[in-house]
Design a binder for this molecule. Structure first.
Ligand code: MG
Length: 240
């Protein structure tokens, strides 16, 4: 695939056959093609450093691209979801999909759709689905991670829990990716954007160019000063 560190987009015409297959599958989900291709590139790079984690598997649309990258590079992807749908996917809400509703149990169940995606793309030995709430799994998690993709609930409480619960597991040099960042509040909820800005203002991350609504932050290496932290120090030094 194309270059991955300068913000330019990979070209679908040169995509590997398995990527073209995943793009053609029309997996249920909310992920633009340019975002999918960028996830593939970032996971392919990151998984050489350690395992990757997705929060919010849904039906496996992003899982497909993260997972294929990990499989092709010999890495691993953990993918967390309680599979009962987020707030806006419940009956009567804006993103409710009746095909995902299990009438026998009277609830949303996206797990069969995720497992189908994993099986069709031959990701069974690469993707490890974790069924449960992100904060409960985070509470006992010990393994350092090279990439964390936050794409779970869109309330501030959910997005903040996904950030605060997991960020300490991210390796130096690893990626923190946050989906659904809309600068214009009329285009989407602001919780992911707020979490992105909080992470950036921590001084622990470098921002890479966004791709569509995908925010890309790289955890600084030890002793490496990100631009935002340097700017803050310069302002304080001026005042002093
Ligand atoms: Mg999303």
């Amino acid at each position: 695939m194309g270059p991955d560190m300068d913000g330019r987009q990979p070209d679908r015409r040169h995509a590997a056959p398995d990527i073209r297959e995943a793009l053609a599958m029309d997996i249920k989900g909310f992920l633009a093609e340019d975002e999918a291709l960028r996830l593939y590139d970032l996971a392919g790079e990151a998984c050489r450093l350690g395992p990757c984690l997705e929060i919010g598997s849904y039906c496996g649309k992003a899982t497909a691209f993260l997972g294929l990258a990990c499989r092709n590079a010999g890495g691993r992807l953990y993918s967390i979801d309680h599979h009962r749908g987020s707030e806006e996917q419940q009956p009567g809400q804006e993103y409710f999909d009746p095909e995902l509703f299990d009438r026998a149990r009277n609830r949303i169940d996206t797990l069969p759709f995720l497992l189908r995606t994993i099986k069709i793309l031959d990701l069974t030995d690469t993707v490890i689905p974790l069924v449960g709430r992100s904060e409960e799994i985070a509470a006992f998690w010990k393994k350092p991670l090279a990439l964390i993709f936050i794409d779970g609930g869109h309330s501030f409480e959910a997005a903040f829990a996904d950030y605060s619960g997991w960020v300490s597991s991210l390796l130096p040099g690893g990626y923190l990716l946050i989906h659904d960042i809309f600068p214009d509040p009329s285009k989407g909820g602001q919780a992911p954007r707020c979490v992105y800005e909080m992470a950036l203002s921590s001084g622990l991350f470098h921002a890479l160019p966004m791709v569509n609504t995908l925010g890309i932050l790289r955890r600084s290496l030890c002793g490496e000063i990100p631009q935002t932290a340097g700017d803050r120090w310069d302002r304080l030094a001026e005042i002093a």
